[in-house]
Design a protein around this ligand. Sequence first.
Ligand code: DGY
Length: 327
Amino acid sequence: MSSNDRRNKVFVTRKIPEAGINMLKKHHEVVVSPHNRVLTTSELINGIKNADGLLCLLTDPITAEVMDANPELKVISNYAVGYNNIDVVAATARGIQVTNTPGVLTDTTADLAWSLIMAVGRRVVEGDVFTRAGRFSGWDPMLLLGSDITGKTLGIIGMGRIGQAVARRAMGFDMPILYHDVAPMAQVEEEYHAQFAGLDELLKESDFVTIHAPLTPETRHMIGQHELRLMKKTAYLINTARGPLVDEHALVEALKEGAIAGAGLDVYEDEPELAPGLAELPNIVLLPHLGSATLETRTKMAEMAAANLLAALKGKRPPHIVNPEVL
Ligand code: DGY
């Protein structure tokens, strides 16, 4: 047995679908955290003290301090496409491979962004609450009037895989599409008849603005008070990417004052906390970070995270490495 084939120790920070755990167990000793919650820093540190591989979640901050608990740590496999929870620079400096799960959750997350577009535009949740409360007393020409979706302008901030999947769906609704990204993308313009726009222009022109950008120091609070005031009073903001992309306090104010018509959020600035006042607003739909939450997708993510980790511990290039410069 070569040293690469020996049974390594793997620490998994929370229960994930069995398919991934079983893959790991075939080759390595696996410890899954017994707590069904986010671990404290000291619990994380204890968990990785003897581990060669770490499988962690987007809720686990993997800082230099955590990495330094074990100089033998070889790979950090994130069970998410976004990896803003990991200090990748620190990992690279320590020769630790970082991996993620892109692709498998693209359609699932785009579907959820669309669920929010429909829910806020057509007041689906308000209608449900109203009906359950026994307040439906018959068809009313003025009851819960929402906004058309078909034919309205969709603004997509971040035209990567998920942004494009959202655009693909928008074509079925005959929506003109504006998009903003670091640079224009010819293929996107051809495929989705989308038009590149500066952020301000996109915000001014769109009826639905949906965010699909990664969270980086540059994109943090890319939507703040100034940007919200550029939007139409009849427009809606959707965020299924990362909470800190939006200044949540500014969003509460904008919604209270009617600067925009409504919002649909799946992610929050300080998850799982909500900004004061957010949950009291009627013109917002709030979900508990469900972007990739289908059985099929979470299972594929578990398999992908396991495959990344197994490859790294075998001395092979993981299929989805974030910092290939460490190889
Ligand atoms: C991701 O993978 O980044 C998603 O937010 C998980 O739902």
